[in-house]
Design a protein around this ligand. Structure first.
Ligand code: RP5
Length: 164
């Protein structure tokens, strides 16, 4: 098994169904990942320990998924020099607006690259794009993925044209 380049941390196991979409995206680009359930609120010592040692373990991007008062990605970004991507998890309060604002409204100096509510797939793709700056094999897969996206829309348009 390759050394994980991406850490995917979720605040609770209840986030896992959404987080799976991120793991599938990373697998598409053959990116090894480490997945953990660590809560910024319920075990803060552990998140400090994990985030402060991630770089020395070879992690290059950290993805944090959390819902409600979703401090996890921001706390991670405050600890590590690595780029952090946040996934706001949908909640019963206004469709997850609580999670989104908790993650996106970071103070100056501590950014979290925030994807849409439940946007776990995009978090995986964004992590792959960050890594593609350094790894040509990931860049090549990203270019192929872009062509695939284009081809899918062209095919959809052709179907619509046939109906008209
Ligand atoms: C957050 O609180 C987690 O990320 C999760 O989205 C939410 C609810 O957690 P559980 O009560 O289901 O463990 O910290």
């Amino acid at each position: 098994m390759n050394t994980p380049k991406v850490a995917v941390i979720m605040g609770s196991d209840s986030d896992f169904e959404i987080v799976k979409k991120c793991l599938i995206a990373l697998e598409k680009f053959d990116i090894a990942y480490d997945v953990q359930v660590i809560s910024a609120h319920r075990n803060p010592q552990k998140i400090f320990e994990y985030a402060s040692t991630a770089e020395e373990r070879g992690i290059e991007v950290i993805i944090g998924a959390a819902g409600k008062a979703a401090h996890l990605p921001g706390v991670i970004a405050g600890i590590t020099p690595l780029p952090v991507i946040g996934i706001p998890i949908q909640t019963s309060f206004q469709g997850g607006l609580d999670s989104l604002l908790s993650i996106v409204q970071m103070p100056s100096g501590v950014p979290v690259a925030t994807v849409a509510v439940n946007g776990a797939e995009n978090a995986g793709i964004l992590a792959a794009q960050m890594l593609s700056i350094k790894y040509p094999e990931i860049r090549a897969k990203m270019k192929a993925f872009k062509i695939q996206l284009n081809d899918e829309v062209v095919a959809k348009n052709e179907k619509v044209q046939e109906i008209l």
